[in-house]
Design a protein around this ligand. Sequence first.
Ligand SMILES: Cc1ncc(COP(=O)(O)O)c(C=O)c1O
Length: 372
Amino acid sequence: VISLQRGIPSTDLIPVAQLAAAASRAVERDPSGALLYGDAAGYAPLREWFARRLGVDPARVVLTNGSLQGLSLLSEHLSTAGRHVIVEAPTYDFALRILGRATPELSLVPVREDGLDLTDLERLLRSRGPSVLYTIPTFHNPTGTTLPEAKRRDLLDLARRWDLTIVEDDPYRLLFIDGEPPPTLLSSDGDERVIHLTSLTKTVAPGLRCGAMVLPSALVDDIVDAASGTYISPGQLAQATAMAYIESGAFEPVIERSRAALHERRDAAIAALANTLDVSWSVPAGGYFLWLRLGREEARELGARAARAGVGVLPGDAFFADRSSNGHLRIAFCAAPAEAVRQGVSRLAELIRRAGPRSQAERGRPRSRTRD
Ligand SMILES: Cc1ncc(COP(=O)(O)O)c(C=O)c1O
């Protein structure tokens, strides 16, 4: 089976030997830091490293067991603060599960070819009052889109005008394929409206469970208190290992290798779709995902047929809070080497071709492949 379902790097992209060496170094040089309970906000040297990279005061950085745990702590806090929660349609399915648990009603704003629809967002903000927006502006999961710089400025303007808190989930930024993405929302945030989430999951290894969030100063104590009341302190061994790994100098070269591999895998997926009518996509400039718009509302059925043909892809409905679409499939091209991606997507393309083109009557307007 060629599994292109989840956004997990294939094992060949994980620096196994360097991590083993880093774990052993971490334990030997700092046994109490790595092996006892620690600060609920995380291992201090790693907090400082994230703070330097993100250009913020380390006091605003809280490390968690993966960035999703940060989102979970935040969502409990924000729901008790009575803020309305807005998510993108579509958006990351696990984030939806977390936010949906904490909030009875999520409002949806569509994602277009150039990211979040700001006109729709403003309409919602007018009617809803103080809100929180969960957004993935860079190499979006699942659509692969990136919010252009001008729209980032407009989004921050809206946030100031309508008292909006923005949760910027940004785990893919360093995995660019076609050049560096626009700067983070956090970097243009003058008044601490942006909460920034990032992670070592995509750049080092998911199993480390190392996530980081940058909080508004006023929120730090509450979130750290919730963290300490939940797990005392996050995984010190993982964080000390991550720090030793970063100090070994492997971080950048390994990401460089991942970028090259993702480039090959993305292009293999797109090449395998050539001559497949009735499906369109935008070429993602980085990250892990290719998002297919099907000519027919049959993504779940096609996903099941693909599974029987030995290819795992994810029907898109899981990424819509209202489960409203059956017309999209997500291909996680990160998850296998290029040749396997090519084979898997070729089998999928064959199934799409066999389903046949839509009839003339169904065909409202011609579909075309689009490039951002
Ligand atoms: C947008 C987004 N946020 C967060 C995560 C998970 O991050 P972590 O492993 O740090 O919890 C993922 C993984 O797929 C993701 O796509």
